[in-house]
Design a protein around this ligand. Structure first.
Ligand code: GRF
Length: 199
């Protein structure tokens, strides 16, 4: 299967996918990595792995719709079976989601539907929950509202700050994302009344 991965930052989830894709039995190849900004480690990880990259910046487009169209075209050029938003910090537009309907997944650093949005780890900590984790889900038009594919939990410790909690979450998020993408591409999936079934 062909994957396009979208990133905005460090790209450690991308790296886990790049590493998994080395094994042909994994069943996927990353055909391109896209970003909404330059000069990020995520793009450098792709370049080091010999994977093509592209950057589509909001500020280079007159409107958000024009950005959405440009991102859609850039991703479509690689004809992905699955698009993986892995730390991509922009809300995908209507055109994008229509073009890749039902084939876009995201990883989120909280147990959805709790703490959607940009600061999932921080808001879980501030709320005072004792367990948090991460969620792999399909992307719909809302913010972190699409059908849930898989989740993993971590404890919240008394002396955590945002960084320590987020790092503990990311340690389980990377294998969850790799495992989830692998199962999706190898086994296929159905979604019925929001409930995702793999295989
Ligand atoms: C992940 O925790 C992702 O869920 C969140 O941002 C982080 C990205 O990490 N939205 P990385 O860029 O993959 O290292």
């Amino acid at each position: 299967a062909r994957l396009v991965v979208l990133v905005s930052g460090a790209g450690t989830n991308l790296q886990a996918l790049l590493d998994a894709c080395v094994d042909p039995a994994y069943g996927a190849q990353i055909t391109a990595v896209g970003a909404d900004r330059d000069d990020i480690e995520g793009l450098r990880r792709a370049e080091r792995a010999g994977v093509p990259t592209f950057v589509v910046r909001v500020k280079d487009h007159p409107t958000r719709d024009a950005w959405d169209a440009a991102l859609t075209d850039a991703v479509a050029a690689y004809d992905p079976d699955l698009v993986v938003s892995a730390g991509f910090m922009k809300i995908l537009g209507k055109r994008f989601l229509d073009r890749f309907a039902g084939r876009v997944i995201n990883t989120h650093p909280a147990l959805l539907p709790a703490f959607p949005g940009t600061h999932g780890a921080r808001e879980a900590l501030e709320y005072g929950v004792k367990v948090s984790g991460c969620t792999a889900h399909f992307v719909d038009a809302g913010v972190d509202t699409g059908p849930i594919i898989a989740q993993e939990t971590v404890p919240v410790l008394d002396d955590d700050d945002e960084d320590s909690l987020h790092e503990r979450i990311k340690a389980v998020e990377r294998p969850l994302l790799v495992g989830t993408v692998g199962r999706l591409v190898r086994e296929g999936w159905t979604i019925e009344n929001r409930r995702v079934r793999i295989g």
